[in-house]
Design a protein around this ligand. Structure first.
Ligand SMILES: CC(C)(COP(=O)(O)OP(=O)(O)OC[C@H]1O[C@@H](n2cnc3c(N)ncnc32)[C@H](O)[C@@H]1OP(=O)(O)O)[C@@H](O)C(=O)NCCC(=O)NCCS
Length: 183
C-alpha cells in the first residue's frame, strides 16, 4: 500500500464513483433525519440535476492543486486507488483563525477494516501539524459509526450536535404521501 498525491486523469473514475456513493448516503441519512426520507430514485435524480458529484470532484481537484493549503492523498494498492482523503486549511468564521478541515475520507468497500483510513488520517494529522492551524475538525453524520470510531481513535472529540426538525416543506411532502396512500 502506498500513499500518493491525487492523479486526476487516472483517479477520476474511482473517486467520482466514491463521491457519488458518499453524496447519496448523506442525502439518505439527512432526508430521513428531517422526517422526509427520499427514495433512491429521487436521490439519484437530485444528485444528477444539481450536478453534485461534479461540484465535489472539482473541489477535490482544486484542493489537490493548492497544496499545502489543500491536502489530498490517495491510498493505492498495485497502483490502483483504494481510498482517498481530502482536507483543507480554512478560516474559522468566529475564531478568525485557520483550522484543518477534514472534508472527506473514503475507502473502497473491499478494502475496509484493514487500516487504510487510519493511515490516510495519520497523513492528514502529519499535514495538519505543519500548518498554522488552531484545530483539526471534521463534520460526521452521528449514525456513521465506523467514521465516528475512526476519528475518535485519532483524538477527535464531539463538540457540536447538529439538530434537525422537519421544516414546512418536509411536513407538506409527508402529508401529501399520506393522502396519496389513503386515496
Ligand atoms: C469510515 C471509513 C473511511 C473507515 O475506513 P477503513 O479503512 O475501514 O478504516 P480502518 O480500517 O482504518 O479502521 C476501521 C477498523 O479496522 C481496524 N483496523 C485497522 N487496521 C487494521 C488491520 N491492519 N487489520 C485489521 N483491522 C484493522 C481498526 O482498528 C478499525 O476498527 P474499529 O472500527 O473497531 O475501531 C470507511 O468505512 C468508509 O469509507 N466509509 C464510507 C465513507 C465515509 O463514511 N466516510 C467518512 C465520512 S466523511
Amino acid at each position: 500500500m502506498e500513499m500518493t498525491d491525487l492523479r486526476p486523469a487516472r483517479d477520476e473514475r474511482a473517486v467520482r464513483a466514491w463521491l457519488d456513493a458518499h453524496v447519496r448516503d448523506h442525502l439518505r441519512a439527512w432526508t430521513a433525519a428531517v422526517g422526509d426520507p427520499w427514495e433512491d430514485a429521487r436521490i439519484a435524480e437530485h444528485v444528477a440535476s444539481h450536478d453534485l458529484v461534479e461540484r465535489e470532484w472539482r473541489d477535490v481537484v482544486w484542493a489537490a492543486a493548492h497544496a499545502p493549503r489543500g491536502h489530498v492523498r490517495v491510498a493505492r494498492a498495485r497502483g490502483r486507488a483504494v481510498g482517498v482523503l481530502w482536507a483543507e486549511e480554512r478560516l474559522d468564521r468566529f475564531l478568525c483563525r485557520p483550522v484543518a478541515a477534514l472534508c472527506w475520507v473514503f475507502v473502497a468497500p473491499a478494502w475496509r477494516g484493514r487500516g487504510v483510513a487510519g493511515r490516510l488520517v495519520d497523513g492528514y494529522d502529519a499535514w495538519a501539524a505543519t500548518r498554522p492551524v488552531v484545530a483539526r475538525e471534521v463534520y460526521v453524520t452521528a449514525t456513521n459509526e465506523p467514521a465516528v470510531r475512526l476519528y475518535r481513535s485519532r483524538g477527535l472529540a464531539v463538540s457540536d450536535h447538529r439538530m434537525f426538525a422537519p421544516g414546512a416543506a418536509a411536513l407538506a411532502a409527508a402529508r401529501d404521501l399520506t393522502e396519496e396512500a389513503s386515496a
